[in-house]
Design a protein around this ligand. Sequence first.
Ligand code: C5P
Length: 239
Amino acid sequence: MQSKDRIVLALDVDTKNEALELVGKLSDHVGVFKVGMQLFNTTGPDIVKEINDLGGKVFVDLKFHDIPNTVGSAARVLTRLNSYMFNIHAAGGKKMMEQAAKDTLNEAEKLGKNSPLLLAVTVLTSISQKELEEEMFISDLKIPELVEKWALMAKQSGVTGVVCSPQEIEIIRKACGSDFVIVTPGIRPSWSEQNDQKRITTPRQALELGADYMVIGRPITEAKDPVEAAQSIIEELEA
Ligand code: C5P
């Protein structure tokens, strides 16, 4: 994989114009554009096609979590929409993940196109051990153990990979093997601001830990020159 293709740019903006301006500027310098709830719910699903038309692949980051039939149906829609990757919550259970994986593959086959990468979110990085115990009532496992179990369950359900914190890459890579796709946010090049991210790694460290894709937002979108920022991340990955 080329270094550029590993960069997933988070389009955390409110308007279609801002998003498409970033895509226009950066489609030769990053591999994938991430559309989350903020942008998707503003623009509707057409944003995926509009980014595709400008030459960008799209990660639709809506984190589905519902009954298996509903998530499977939504997975078929995102496959038809031509998402390059999209995600579901592992906490939705094995049946839900199996249904999503099956419906994604079937729909792609029916349309004669490549199947999107289906990613599972394990434990959200905003959840602390205390919250896991006192609000979700899971008290017999530490977060890394739960992450490992859910990642394995995702793999066994036919899910292609996970979105996880850089701290969890090594555990997941060891448990799920080299073919399992790992996407990680919380990336900060040494020259950029930390913003509200806490446990961060540099792009190079994430690569060395075993990440396939890195979600990066503000270090590029808020840079004086976003193209130069993306290029400098590519150089760091290739150094
Ligand atoms: O601007 P920044 O590089 O911090 O953006 C990171 C992106 O990754 C945001 O879209 C954020 O919602 C997402 N993300 C994250 N941490 C997680 C999961 C997703 O930062 N644990």
